[in-house]
Ligand binder design. Structure first.
Ligand SMILES: *Cc1c(COP(=O)(O)O)cnc(C)c1O
Length: 408
C-alpha cells in the first residue's frame, strides 16, 4: 500500500469500545485500573497500558502507531514540538565530553540549542561545511557521536549529499540524525537513505494549515544500539528498543515534553491529507519558480528542482520534490518591502508549509539578532524573500505576484 491508503487505514493500537471510525480524543491525565495488581503490572512494564498522559496517552499512541506504519520505522515518539523532538533526542544520546558534527546553516533555534544549551552541558558542536566530505572526516575524533543535518536547510536551501553522510557515519560508527521538517516522510524516505533517527517538526507539513505545534522522533531501526556506548545499559536490557526505552523511561518522561491528546488528534488528521497537499504544492511551486525565474524584475530564484540549481542532482536523487519553500531576490530591502506590501493574497507571516502561501524577508526578521557579516555568511541578502507556497489555485498566486511586481 502507498502513503495515503496507509495513513487512512492504519489499525488503532486498541479497538475503540464504541467502534468510532476515528480514534477519539482522550483528553485526560490519569487512567484507572480494576485491581492493585493490574496497576502494578503496568508500572513494572509487565503489561503495556496507559497510566498517566505525560508518559503515554491513547490518542498520542494512535498518532505514533500511524507514523510507524507509514514509515516502517522501528519506533516513534511524538513530542510537544519540533524543538522537543530535537532536544530530547540529543539529550538522550549525549554525555559531557562528547561532540557532534553539523553545519551552521540550521533552523535558528536548533543552532541556538547547539551553541548555548548543549555547550552548557559540555557537549561540543563542530560546525563544518556539510557538503564537504574532507571537512567532515577531519572533524571526527574519538568523542564524536553524531552527524546531524537538515534535509534541506532553510532559507538557503542547501541539500547535503546524504549518501556520502551515511557512508561516513557507517565507517566511523556514528549516528546519522536528520531534521526532515522540510521534506517529511511522504517526500523523503530517510530509512532507505541510511538515516538512523529522523526528527521533524510536525507543526509544518504534517499539521496542514498550521493548526498545531508538535514533533516526531522516528527511530528507523537502521542502527545497532549495541555499538553505542552511551546507551549500553539500555541496549543490554532492551536490545533494538534501547533508544526508545531511554526516551520513554528517562529523558522524554523526565523532561515532560509530551504532546497533548488534542494536538495528536489534529496531527493525525493532517497526516491523512499530507500527500494530497504535498502533490498540490509540488505543482504550485514548480509553476511559481519557473514564473519567477523568467521575470525581469527578479534578480535570482533559489529552488532546488529548478534547472541549473546547484543542488538539482541531490533534489532529484533524494526527494519526491524539494519541498514547498523557495527564495528569490529583489534589488534591495526597499523593493522587497514594497513588493510584500503590494501583495493582496499571499500573507506576510513566518512559518512554512501552511495551506496558505506565506512570505517573509528573513534578513530583517528571522535573523534580526545576527550581525550583517554573520547574515552574509549564512548566504542571506537584504532583498531576499522566502515564499512558502501553499495550496491555493495557481492562477491566483501567479496573478498576485505578477500584479505586485508590476507596481514596483
Ligand atoms: C520549525 C522548525 C523546527 C522547530 O519546530 P517547532 O515545532 O516550531 O518546535 C525545527 N526544525 C526546522 C527545520 C523547522 O522548520
Amino acid at each position: 500500500m502507498k502513503y495515503t491508503t496507509k495513513a487512512l487505514h492504519s489499525k488503532y493500537p486498541t479497538k475503540d469500545p464504541h467502534g468510532a471510525l476515528r480514534a477519539p480524543v482522550y483528553q485526560n491525565a490519569a487512567f484507572e485500573f480494576d485491581s492493585a495488581e493490574a496497576l502494578e503490572e503496568v508500572f513494572t512494564g509487565k503489561k503495556s497500558g496507559h497510566a498517566y498522559s505525560r508518559a503515554s496517552n491513547p490518542t498520542v499512541e494512535e498518532l505514533e502507531s500511524k507514523v510507524k506504519y507509514i514509515t516502517s520505522a522501528h519506533g516513534v515518539v511524538a513530542t510537544s514540538s519540533g524543538m522537543a523532538a530535537i532536544s530530547n533526542t540529543l539529550l538522550a544520546l549525549l554525555k559531557a565530553g562528547d561532540n557532534i558534527i553539523t553545519t551552521n546553516k540550521l533552523f535558528g533555534h536548533t543552532l541556538s540549542f547547539f551553541q548555548t544549551t548543549l555547550d552548557d552541558f559540555d557537549v561540543e558542536t563542530k560546525f563544518v561545511d556539510i557538503c564537504n566530505e574532507t571537512a567532515i572526516k577531519n572533524a571526527i575524533d574519538e568523542n564524536t557521536k553524531i552527524i546531524f543535518f537538515e534535509t534541506i536547510s532553510n532559507p538557503e536551501l542547501v541539500i547535503p549529499d546524504i549518501k556520502m553522510l551515511a557512508k561516513i557515519a557507517k565507517e566511523h560508527n556514528l549516528l546519522l540524525i536528520c531534521d526532515s521538517t522540510m521534506t517529511p516522510f511522504y517526500i523523503f524516505d530517510s530509512k532507505k537513505h541510511g538515516v538512523d533517527i529522523d526528527l521533524l517538526s510536525a507543526t509544518k507539513y504534517i499539521s496542514g494549515g498550521g493548526t498545531t505545534i508538535g514533533g516526531l522522533i522516528i527511530d528507523n531501526g537502521n542502527y545497532d544500539w549495541s555499538h553505542y556506548k552511551n546507551l549500553s545499559k539500555f541496549s543490554e536490557k532492551f536490545g533494538k528498543n534501547a533508544f526508545i526505552a531511554k526516551l520513554k523511561k528517562q529523558v522524554f518522561r523526565n523532561m515532560g515534553a509530551c504532546l497533548s491528546a488534542q494536538s495528536a488528534y489534529m496531527l493525525s488528521l493532517g497526516l491523512e491529507t499530507l500527500a494530497l497537499r504535498a502533490d498540490r504544492t509540488k505543482e504550485n511551486v514548480k509553476a511559481l519558480s519557473e514564473f519567477l525565474s523568467k521575470h525581469e524584475k527578479i534578480r535570482s530564484v533559489n529552488y532546488p528542482n529548478l534547472e541549473g540549481n546547484r543542488f538539482q542532482n541531490e533534489a532529484n536523487e533524494y526527494f519526491l520534490f524539494a519541498g514547498s519553500v523557495l527564495t528569490f531576490d529583489l534589488a534591495s530591502k526597499e523593493e522587497a518591502y514594497k513588493f510584500m506590501n503590494n501583495l493582496e493574497l499571499i500573507r506576510r507571516a513566518t512559518n512554512i508549509q501552511d495551506n496558505k502561501s506565506l512570505i517573509i524577508a528573513p534578513y530583517h526578521t528571522i535573523y534580526a539578532e545576527y550581525s550583517d557579516e554573520e547574515k552574509r555568511s549564512f548566504g542571506l541578502r537584504e532583498g531576499t524573500l522566502r515564499l512558502s507556497v501553499g495550496i491555493e489555485d495557481i492562477e491566483d498566486l501567479i496573478s498576485d505576484i505578477a500584479n505586485s511586481l508590476d507596481i514596483l
